[in-house]
Design a binder for this molecule. Sequence first.
Ligand code: HEM
Length: 254
Amino acid sequence: MTSLGKKYVMAVTGLILVGFVIGHMIGNLQMFLHPDWINAYAYKLQNLPYGLLWVVRLVLFAAVVAHIVTALLLVIENRRARPRGYSVDKPIQATFASRTMRYSGVILLAFIVFHILHFTTQHVHPEFRDLYRPLEGVQTMHGAYDLLEATGKNNVHDVYSMVAIGFSPQYWYVSLFYVIAMGLLFLHLSHGISSMFQSIGLRNHTWRVRLDRAALVISIALFIGFASIPVAGLLGILPYQDMVQGAHHMHPAP
Ligand code: HEM
């Protein structure tokens, strides 16, 4: 693969991943509404028809693998191309974010592995698997009652309590880790999104300035949107947090 080809792979896989994080952040902000919102939403996603959930997971997994392998290939290629014997090999115009892409990337990968064990497979807190709650009939965008009707039950996995307990003050170090990881996500994306635009061919100066600014705005919005949840959990100010404290095993699994 040519080095331009590799940069395209970085840009396209990066775009898929940025698209996912924007959607995921918006979905997560439902933590600031009634629990029915995020619970009905999660229920809908987990019961998507035609195995679509696994299609999405597969696409995301393939994008992450391709993004990392191509990044490694680019590092090797750059190392080969670098003239030997220079005592000073620091790029002159590189920003802090661009010089630290590989470190922020590696820590983000570790974060994603932890995050999946935390909230998706729930290996970190197996008791999260027993959190169920009936939908209370709050009008959300997600319906979910149509799907539930077919099961004859009204209990759904209580994602709201899972997240509120996962970020409760007793696990302050978990919230701290999330906020640090979101800081690294900000760093990674503030450079990543702007180089994505460049790889796709938007190199015109005026546009570069504008797109760099857009990259910064998107990265800041993602940082605030994501970090607000562990921070609110840590401060105990999620709207229904008092209701879930000590409420483990409140509703038995169906
Ligand atoms: C504070 C920020 C975040 C919160 C509160 C959060 C919340 C969640 C929750 C609750 C789930 C599990 C949903 C379920 O099983 O019902 C989940 C899954 C996931 N999250 Fe996050 N998330 C956050 C940040 C992130 C970030 C920054 C990334 C990526 C860089 C990410 C990537 C994922 C992935 C890949 C999954 C697994 C999806 C699946 O296959 O089921 N999350 N998140």
